[in-house]
Ligand binder design. Structure first.
Ligand code: C5P
Length: 404
């Protein structure tokens, strides 16, 4: 998906080792369809050359307010008027201090000062040593820049170029890309608290074996990401899957259906929207053996007895908050045939206002899917697309239902 198509990003680089990540970021922005104009300070050119940034952006880099290429000789005006956003990555402690004071003695700071405040957002990706980041001067400056309307992104924690360990690392290129995509997303779920279940559950037979299913968790993770991008607070209760946690989402890992129910019920009191995408095992072994079940030489397999698992969605949908409409519940149905009839029947059985049907074998593990949204009024199809695109459409649809 070209998630940044038609977006023009001015990518500013200031002095810091993290400049090496700006090369990757530039490439990622272009790959997502953005046009990228790089502007570099003199200090940043100690770390990476304009040649590299020009090659990756496909545009000559600007680094001087006296650039004669601009016929009016006003690069700071022209560049800032064209931008959909200015992203400074890396943004040094010195540059943060400079922005705070409205200094304008080089092209990048001049351009930031000259940008139309109401039209061109400014995003900063700080990068510095942990002591510099923690210093009251930097923290004071960051707070003031936020108050002045800039979006100061988080820093990462970990090993730093100087050999110390702590807060102040610049986010990775992929994380910055996610932040930018989220920044441009309509905040249709602002103020909502979304709870999502995703993935399979694992029901232990003994300490080394269990019953599970082929759910990959991709649809639920995509929905959690889309909800977060739409401005919601998001809790994701995930069965055993190896997927990366979407940025900004709080993940709660669980294994069995009973664990998933406990985690979900603990989080439900603060949720306003519950989306149950998890493929919860219908049954679990009546007892899980303490030790590995061994072959006894008789040729007889062990007899396993199963008991039914709790229905998480139906349990949540029966809570007074769900009944009163304070908590909007959305179920999923993975069917192998008769999608519409099965989804309608399931919606009524689970007593949820919206049920999303999909064909199980055609979606498990896949990157794309097709959805059928079934409510009391009827059904609506979301045509085959990537799970990412469908998640965004579904979130937009639910936001309309919530009146956001
Ligand atoms: O009954 P079925 O498993 O087809 O229902 C699917 C929907 O119910 C999904 O939203 C799924 O997450 C939810 N579910 C649940 N707990 C179960 C079984 C299903 O929350 N034990």
């Amino acid at each position: 998906m070209n998630e940044l198509s038609a977006k023009h990003i001015v990518l500013g680089l200031t002095g810091g080792v993290a400049c090496f990540k700006a090369a990757e970021l530039c490439r990622a922005l272009v790959k997502e369809g953005a046009t990228v104009q790089v502007v570099m300070t003199a200090a940043s050119q100690q770390f990476i050359t304009p040649v590299t940034m020009q090659a990756l952006s496909g545009r000559a880099v600007y680094d001087s307010q006296w650039d004669a290429r601009e016929s009016n000789n006003m690069a700071h005006i022209n560049l800032s008027r064209e931008a959909d956003a200015i992203l400074i990555a890396p943004c040094s402690a010195d540059f943060i201090a400079k922005l705070l004071h409205g200094r304008a003695d080089d092209l990048l700071s001049l351009m930031c000062l000259a940008r139309p405040l109401d039209k061109v957002p400014l995003l900063l990706a700080p990068a510095m040593n942990r002591e510099m980041w923690a210093h009251p001067a930097t923290q004071r400056n960051v707070a003031q820049l936020r108050a002045d309307g800039a979006t100061v992104l988080d820093v990462a924690s970990g090993e730093q170029a100087c050999g110390e360990t702590g807060d102040g690392r610049m986010l990775e290129a992929d994380e910055l890309l996610q932040e930018l995509i989220a920044f441009f997303s309509p905040k249709s779920l602002a103020g909502q608290h979304v709870l999502v279940t995703a993935g399979p559950t694992y029901e232990a037979i003994d300490p080394v074996r269990g019953v599970t299913n082929l759910s990959s968790g991709k649809m639920g993770f995509a929905i959690a990401r889309a909800a977060c991008e739409a401005g919601a607070t998001v809790d994701l209760v995930a069965g055993p899957v190896a997927l990366a946690t979407p940025r900004g989402v709080t993940r709660h890992d669980v294994r069995s259906a009973c664990d998933m129910l406990d985690a979900t019920l603990a989080l439900a009191p603060s949720a306003t929207l519950f989306i149950a995408t998890a493929a919860v095992a219908d049954w679990r072994p009546a007892a899980s053996a303490e030790h590995k079940i061994k072959k006894d030489g008789s040729g007889q397999p062990p007899e396993l007895r199963f008991v039914e698992n709790p229905d998480i969605l139906a349990t949540v949908a029966a809570l007074p908050r769900a009944q009163s409409g304070e908590l909007f519940c959305v179920g999923f149905a993975a069917e192998s045939q008769d999608l519409l009839a099965n989804a309608q029947a399931k919606r009524e059985r689970k007593k949820v206002p919206l049920l999303v049907g999909n064909i199980g074998p055609a979606t498990f593990g896949q990157d794309d899917n097709a959805l059928l949204l079934v409510d009391a009024q009827g059904a609506k199809e979301l045509a085959r697309a990537s799970k990412r695109a469908l998640a965004r459409q579904l979130i937009a649809d639910i936001a309309r239902r919530l009146g956001n």
